[in-house]
Design a protein around this ligand. Structure first.
Ligand code: A2P
Length: 275
């Protein structure tokens, strides 16, 4: 971004604080509230901002001289003109207590570099890609299921999303509908993208933690697949620390090896944003 753009953006934020160096100051385009715990928002995308689907970026607000920044997975695909994020609302969270109040036209700060492990390059080729998520952990997969590269690399995609209550599934359910109905992405997802949702507290046709559904074998019988097999399956995991720990233990028990950019392998993990 040019200096003049920075000055314009900073002014538009109506903030008394200058935009810190190496930041983008972007406009909020829209905000959707799902529950008292979850909301999503879209911001304008700087022309020079590049990322790979599945990566995260640091986000802050221009509300202090030294703004609080937190890592947010980018929920929109790499080809999108805007950037989308899916966030928790923590009443006394240093960032989200303020972020949950943003409206269209407000300014959000973005650090200029995106990074993260939930990228296709960190996995070796396989037939079926499982994306296992809880809560806001669905965000990086919201990006990846809308990226054509995912379908070039894998024949079948299984997106699992588990939340406490039914209303918390709404973002993911809408995303799945949109991906299937979109004329371009729909052609790719057709018959290849499985959406597998469950709740653990609110009444829903499928209930149970994803760890239990995996251990009991219900996930596999429900989707008509064999149990996890590192020969053809690849797994991406995103959720709370406890969830990462438990799902990781299950895939490791099944013989999977953790991958990274420098050493692609069978599965990758990333913590969903908290606070
Ligand atoms: P539960 O209701 O049994 O705690 P949260 O909103 O707290 O991040 O939780 C999102 C979902 O992740 C909830 O359905 C929650 O189930 C589930 N969950 C929490 N801990 C684990 C874990 N260790 N393994 C699998 N799922 C978990």
């Amino acid at each position: 971004m040019q200096t003049a753009d920075f000055a314009r953006s900073a002014k538009a934020s109506a903030s008394v604080f200058p935009v810190p160096a190496n930041m983008y100051a972007e406009k909020v385009v829209s905000v959707t509230h799902y529950t008292d715990r979850l909301f999503s928002f879209r911001v304008t995308r700087p022309h020079s901002f590049r990322f790979r689907s599945g990566e995260f970026v640091m986000i802050g607000l221009p509300n202090a001289e030294r703004p609080v920044f937190r890592a947010y997975s980018i929920a929109s695909p790499a080809w999108d003109d805007e950037l989308e994020f899916f966030s928790i609302k923590v009443p006394d969270g240093p960032l989200t207590s303020h972020l949950q109040k943003i409206v269209a036209g407000d300014t959000v700060l973005l650090r200029q570099k995106a990074t993260g492990t939930l990228v296709l390059d960190a996995l070796t080729p396989g037939k079926r890609l499982y994306m296992i998520s809880t809560g806001t952990g669905i965000a990086p997969f919201a990006s990846l299921i809308r990226d054509p590269e995912t379908y070039e690399k894998f024949g079948q995609i299984v997106l699992t999303h588990t939340c406490r209550d039914v209303a918390e599934l709404e973002y993911g359910a809408g995303l799945y509908r949109q991906s299937v109905e979109d004329p371009l992405i729909g052609e790719l997802t057709n018959g290849r993208l499985t959406y597998y949702a469950s709740t653990t507290r609110g009444k829903f046709p499928r209930m149970g933690r994803i760890t239990a559904l995996i251990e009991e074998g219900r996930l596999f019988t429900d989707i008509g697949a064999a149990p996890f097999d590192p020969a053809g399956d690849r797994v991406m995991i995103c959720g709370s620390m406890a969830m990462l720990h438990d799902v990781k233990a299950l895939v490791e028990k099944a013989g999977f090896t953790e991958g990274s950019h420098s050493q692609p392998a069978d599965f990758v993990v990333e913590r969903a944003f908290v606070g």
